[in-house]
Structures are given as structure tokens and as C-alpha cells.
Write a protein that binds this ligand. Sequence first.
Ligand code: 3SK
Length: 507
Amino acid sequence: DYRYPTRLNCAVELLDRNVERGRGDHPAIITPEETLTYRQLQERVNRICNVLTRELGMVPGNRVMLRSANNAWMTATYLAVLKAGGVVVATMPLLRAKELGQMLEKARVSHALCDAKLREEMDKAAAASGHLRHLAFWGDGDLESRCAAQPAEFTACDTAADDVCLIGFTSGTTGLPKGTMHFHRDMLAICDGYSRHVLRPGPDDRFIGSAPLAFTFGLGGLVLFPFRVGATGILLEKAGPDELLSAIEKYRATITFTAPTAYRVMAGKAEGFDLSSLRKCVSAGETLPRAIFDAWERATGIRLMDGIGGTEMLHIFIAAPEDSLRPGCTGLPVPGYQARVVNADGREVPRGTPGWLAVRGPIGCRYLDDPRQADYVRGGWNITGDVYIQDEDGYFRYQGRGDDMIVAAGYNIAGPEVEGALLTHPAVRECGVVGAPDGKGGMLVKAYVALRPGHEPGEALAKALQEHVKAEIAPYKYPRVIEFLEALPRTESGKLQRFALRRMANP
Ligand code: 3SK
């Protein structure tokens, strides 16, 4: 049941309650640099709240951008913004100034807190912003010394359960990010839904994973789910498969949250590590191929728990508990959610027929000032971009993406955005970007490029174009493969036939 009191501050429920209930001395977060108990984290959060409200003039409802890899300060600033009644606008560490600028403007961000390690792009975006008034950094001693001068007590803002507390950005198919708004109660609902009913963690669990806290998959799996039960989140700034394996061994992690591609690599290296602490492993962010499920089970004896979620719905809404999971299927709707497969008119199709996945539940999909709301939310149902089949017995089976998004290595990448970056290179006349099989059960970003006169196709130019994209937008979006064409397939009216490119890329 997802009923909450009308006045509710999720930071109080997730953090302060642990101290009140005797978990004050239990580790809340462990990082390679520091371990903070619930009491120590509460103290840091309170000091940041005081900096925000007394020094930086933050008032309830202000939007605060956060920019950092996963570490203790990122967690503390996140909770502090929530506790002080602000609205978190968390950003992926790899984003560039252009992408940050779009978010600053769209969300009318007034304050930003940033790890000094990532200051370069933040400074550039801040200089161009018409809304940002206060920017503070940690890691260079600034926020640290401001905090030291503030009291360790703070009375939480008396927020409503339905006050917006998070604007999570998701890349749209056009590459223009959509902001999805979430309430204080939503942050608890994912804990009381997916986590409680499917994952079923206990207070001695230690959660670990690779997703940034700016991605709600990471936020839930590494902070909200453990905190709801007084458990521990292990945060790594660098969390490639090797770092993850070493950290599972070192910190005796019990629950992992990462993408199938990471499990594939880790399965091949697992032999060299003591992974005996692991109990449950969650796979999401992209579809889980059967071969990876089998490889992980062979390597660890653990059956991967697949799931599909979305920034729009905050976290996973279809999954299966260990005792009813079925390899090859994503699972069943999380208790409290409904899912169905619909046609283009929004009508449910017969079982076994592919169609669009539609979902509704305790968390609504609310875009920030975006006309696409009417396309993606119909009658309370969020129409996801995924094509699914529902089996006779109710299990949902993934078929593919139905739009221009490419899901590669756990990232959602909008083909048109990569095209936009390529087109700013002087050699590129036209281009199309689609997903292509990576030969290991996943997808990679592939670009088809036609050149302007005077430019020669070849490896050197392909490399230059890749570097150019990395400098323009978040580097993980760069095309891993570039194929040169004389011209791109177009309709009579001149529209790029992306489906024809998709066919070429997926022979
Ligand atoms: O499936 C996903 O991509 C996702 C997105 C946001 C939060 C959680 C998940 C699993």
C-alpha cells in the first residue's frame, strides 16, 4: 500500500528515522575515501542545509543542480537539498557544458553544488546561464569550510508528500532532454514497491553498483533502497567491472545493481575474486540476454534479477523476485503497478502480440513543461518507448526499442543528438546514427556519414569524427563504428530514412 501522510519529507524518512530508530552508528555509506554512519551523514547533511539556506539564500522550491561522481558529498548534498525543501536536478558526471546548459535553462536552476573535479564544464555552463545565482564546490575546501562554520542541527522543511523534490532528466529521441518531476512520496514508493516486494533487502545488506546517483537506477539501488531499511550503500567514483569486482570482495557487498554488459565482463573475471558475500544481483538499464544470465549463474551461482524501469517512473516497474523469475522474460508488474501491451491507438493487443509497453502505478510520469506529455502519457498510462509481448501467463518479454533511442552499455543515447554533434564537423555533409549489434548480445552506436567535397573517407577521418563527438557531447555517446556512404537514404520529401539505416546496421 502506497499511502503516505500528506506532510512528508523523504530525507527525514530515509535518513533521520534511521538515527531515531537506533541505527545511528551503522554505516550508511562506504566509499574508498570515507565511511559515514547514519549519524555522521545526518550531521553533514544538516550543515549543508544550513549553508544552502543561510548563506546561499535557498528557499523551498528552488532548483539545485548537483554534479558529481558517486561519493559521500554527492549523497550528502542530495539529501540536504531534499531536507531543505529544494528540488534536486542531478546531472550525469560525463555531461558537457552544452547539455548542462539545456538543463539549467529548462529547470530554471538557481543554485548548483559541484565536485571541484568536474568544475570545468560546470563553470562554462554557469557563465552562460540566465538563472543560476549561486554555485559552490566541494573537493577544493570551499563547501567543506562553509559547512564547518555551520551548526550540525537543522529542522527539516515541512514539505507536502506531493511537493516536487527531483527533476530527473532523460534524453529524448530528439536529444533535447526531458525533465521528469517526482514527489517526496515517490522516493519512498519505489522503496516500498520494487525494493520491498521484489528485492526484499534487510538491514545488514550492503548495496553496490555502477550507475551514477544522477540516474535514478543508481539513486534507488545505492541510496534509497538501503536507507529505507537502515542498510549500507557502497559508492565508487570509478565503477568499471574490475573496480566493481574488487569492491564486492573488499567490502563484502551483498546486492549488486548494474547493467548486463558489466555482468558479462565480470562473469569472465569472477574466478579471481571472492564473491561469496553476494546474495542478489539486479540487472537493468538494457535488456538482459540469456547468455549473460547463464554466464553469471555459472560464475557465481546467482540468478540475475532482470528489471525494466525508467526515469519517468523513477525506478523498476516490471521484474520478478528470485523465486518466480523466468530467464528471457523481464518479469511481472511490481505489486501496485499495472502494465499492458498496446497498439498505436492505445488499445490493448492480444497476448503474444508485440506492441508498446504501457505502465501505470503509484508514481506518475510528469514532464516539466513539455508538449510531449500528451504523446507519452495517455489516460494515466505511461507509453514507454519499448516494444514488448505479454505471454499467456502474464510475463512480459522484451522485443526492442520502438524509437530512435539506442541502448548501449546501459546508457540511453538519442541517435539524433549524436547526428547533431557530427554535423558540426566541417567534413560532414549528412549523417544518420542508429544502433547496431556489438556481437556480444548488446548494441553499439553506429554512424553513417556522407562527406563534403574535398574530404576523404578513411580511418583517420573516422577517428577525428569520434574525437569531435566526444568533445561536443558526453563522451559515452560517440559512435563506436563509422561507415562512409556517398549519400544517405531519404524519402521523397527529403526525410532521413532511419529505418533503412537500421536495416543496414542489423542485417
Ligand atoms: O530500466 C531502466 O533503464 C531504468 C531507468 C531508470 C531507473 C531504473 C531503471 C531500471
